[in-house]
Design a protein around this ligand. Structure first.
Ligand SMILES: [Mn+2]
Length: 275
């Protein structure tokens, strides 16, 4: 039995299936973790969602910003973005089951000596605290009142964590850190505008995982979300978004031996401009 962590699929279903073939994925025994952003920007979001849902307990996806965006758009609390490719899901006969399934996924997952989150963890959060905070968002998403949370989910403020935060501000900071953050300051102020690589970072900001004495530094954290970063494979963090939807590659990390396998997605480069 093997456990593979798959990078940001973003609706690239054919490429996901090709990667699984390359891995020799055994649906009866192996497990798949997904770093989030199963959907959007790519052309086969519906097929991707149906496939991963159909894997049942063999698949463990965490939620990414695009997955949450689908839920918020479906509830009518956000406008579709020009580059969204979510219409096929929204018009599907099984839309309600798919969206309910997605809404019940986790924000963070720990196991096999690894911690998986879509974007990152704030510097003051230990893995135990982050797991508890992710649980607060998961409970809000699963509650009868989930529409109220979705109505208040979007926004960049507050931009830093305080233990005393309450209500939707508290849930928004947790959600933004775990699904959107790339950069923060040494004391945990988040920044959301920088989406390119490690050049020309705004003054005082650094990748969240490079904050000195980060409270989660003893864990191995696997994340996605940052396509411009490409693969990072170092003792404390593994970054797996290698930009498949942009025509680069879809990546998998096998936890048993930490080997990274990639599926070349260059055939998507021709259509990447309109994403
Ligand atoms: Mn993302």
């Amino acid at each position: 039995m093997a456990t593979y962590v798959i990078g940001d699929v973003q609706g690239c279903y054919d490429q996901l299936r090709r990667l699984l073939d390359q891995l020799g994925f055994d649906a009866a025994h192996d497990r798949l973790w997904f770093v989030g952003d199963l959907v959007n920007r790519g052309r086969q979001s519906l097929a991707t969602l149906r496939f991963v849902k159909g894997l049942g307990e063999r698949a463990i996806p965490v939620l990414g910003n695009h997955d949450l965006h689908l839920l918020v758009v479906a509830e009518g609390f956000a406008k579709k973005h020009r580059t969204d490719t979510l219409d096929e899901i929204l018009a599907a006969p099984d839309r309600d089951e798919l969206l309910a399934w997605l809404r019940h996924r986790n924000m963070i997952h720990a196991g096999n000596g690894y911690v998986m989150v879509h974007a990152g963890l704030l510097p003051r959060w230990s893995v135990a605290q982050a797991t508890a905070l992710g649980g607060e968002v998961e409970r809000a998403l699963r509650s009868d009142n989930y529409r109220e949370f979705m109505r208040h989910m979007y926004g960049n403020e507050p931009a830093r964590w305080r233990d005393g935060l309450t209500g939707f501000d508290r849930l928004r900071v947790i959600t933004n850190a775990m699904t959107r953050m790339r950069l923060c300051t040494a004391d945990g102020l988040m920044e959301f505008a920088h989406t390119t690589g490690l050049q020309n970072l705004p003054a005082g900001f650094m990748p969240w995982y490079d904050v000195p004495r980060r409270a989660s530094r003893d864990a191995i954290i696997v994340f996605g979300h940052w396509a411009a970063l490409g693969i990072i494979d170092r003792p404390d963090v593994v970054a797996l978004d290698s930009g498949c939807v942009w025509g680069r590659a879809l990546s998998a990390l096998r936890l048993e031996d930490r080997r990274i396998v990639q599926c070349d997605c260059r055939e998507l480069a021709d259509t990447a401009q309109w994403h």
